[in-house]
Write a protein that binds this ligand. Structure first.
Ligand SMILES: [Zn+2]
Length: 310
């Protein structure tokens, strides 16, 4: 596998030492790189896509995440939506082991897709919010969890999914070829478009009723983080967490809402609300740490159909 380096941007983003707190500058470094013209919209099967995969792989290493079987990369074939062509692409997977003798065999998954729509003619679809924002959040939250890894009871898996825009292909492959038994994955948190926090500080999320006390937890963590959570019981939407929900795993799909730049070349890094994204990251970090440290049982709660049919 050959990688092409965009050396200057690449080095800039790795110049800072690993640090505990999530900062505007770190998020900006990641998103400026991922959504740059050079990365050409991170389309599966392109050299730019491989470049981004390596960037995430190196960041996972730098943060001290642990690979499964010595390799952060899970390769798979993606059938492209428009052309029908099959290309090789990757999920990037790392974990941090829990410290409780029993609970360390249970896993919380935090995920975000890194791919986007590539380019059409001369137009680059930058995908800064969709989903360089979620990828940057994944890198920063995983780094922060790593500095608190001694507190973990459950183990935590971090996944950057490939080929989401081609039909949730990376997350589907992950759930068909999981690094741990699916029954040991207790909750999957997904971040897709978390960079446009509005003036009301709304973070939207679906699936909170699929695990015990999920709605109460997500509401209670809002105020301390300056977030107004819009907590939806089910209605799990259309991103990578759906692949887990289909396997009867509890999920929460988090985002800061749609906007006019969605799936347009104008979804650019300068439009990200970086201070807002720091707040979103800390909110999700708190949720993740709660789930990874609580001794309460975690289990899947299916939607009660009779409630919605009336
Ligand atoms: Zn997306």
């Amino acid at each position: 596998m050959k990688f092409y380096f965009t050396t200057l941007l690449f080095c800039a983003a790795f110049s800072a030492f690993a640090q505990q707190e999530i900062t505007v500058q770190e998020l900006k470094d990641h998103i400026s790189f991922l959504a740059s013209d050079e990365e050409e919209g991170r389309f599966p099967g392109t050299i730019a896509n491989e470049d981004v995969v390596l960037y995430i792989d190196m960041d996972f290493q730098k943060s001290g995440l642990v690979p499964f079987d010595g390799n952060f990369l899970q390769e798979f074939n993606a059938k492209l939506r428009k052309s029908g062509e099959e290309v090789s692409t990757w999920n990037i997977i790392g974990f941090l082991p829990g410290n409780d003798a029993k609970l360390k065999n249970e896993f919380i998954v935090l995920g975000a897709h890194y791919d986007h729509l590539g380019k059409v003619g001369d137009s680059i679809f930058h995908g800064a919010d969709d989903n360089a924002s979620g990828t940057a959040a994944l890198l920063e939250i995983s780094e922060k969890v790593a500095t608190h890894k001694s507190e973990l009871k459950r183990s935590v898996i971090f996944v950057a999914f490939g080929a989401e825009e081609q039909g949730l292909l990376g997350s589907t492959y992950f759930t068909e070829n999981p690094p741990v038994p699916l029954s040991t994955i207790k909750v999957m948190l997904n971040m897709d478009m978390v960079g446009h926090l509005n003036d009301e500080n709304h973070v939207y999320m679906g699936g909170a009723a699929s695990f015990p006390n999920g709605q109460e937890l997500m509401k209670s963590l809002g105020a301390p983080n300056g977030i107004n959570p819009i907590v939806i019981a089910y209605d799990v939407g259309g991103s990578d967490h759906v692949s887990f929900f289909k396997k009867e795993i509890s999920v929460l799909g988090l985002h800061t809402g749609g906007h006019e730049d969605y799936h347009k070349p104008t979804d650019t890094a300068d439009k990200i609300h970086y201070e807002g994204e720091v707040k979103v990251c800390n909110y999700i970090y708190d949720a993740l740490m709660h789930l990874a440290t609580t001794t309460d049982d975690l289990y899947f709660i299916p939607e009660k159909k009779e409630q919605t049919e009336n």
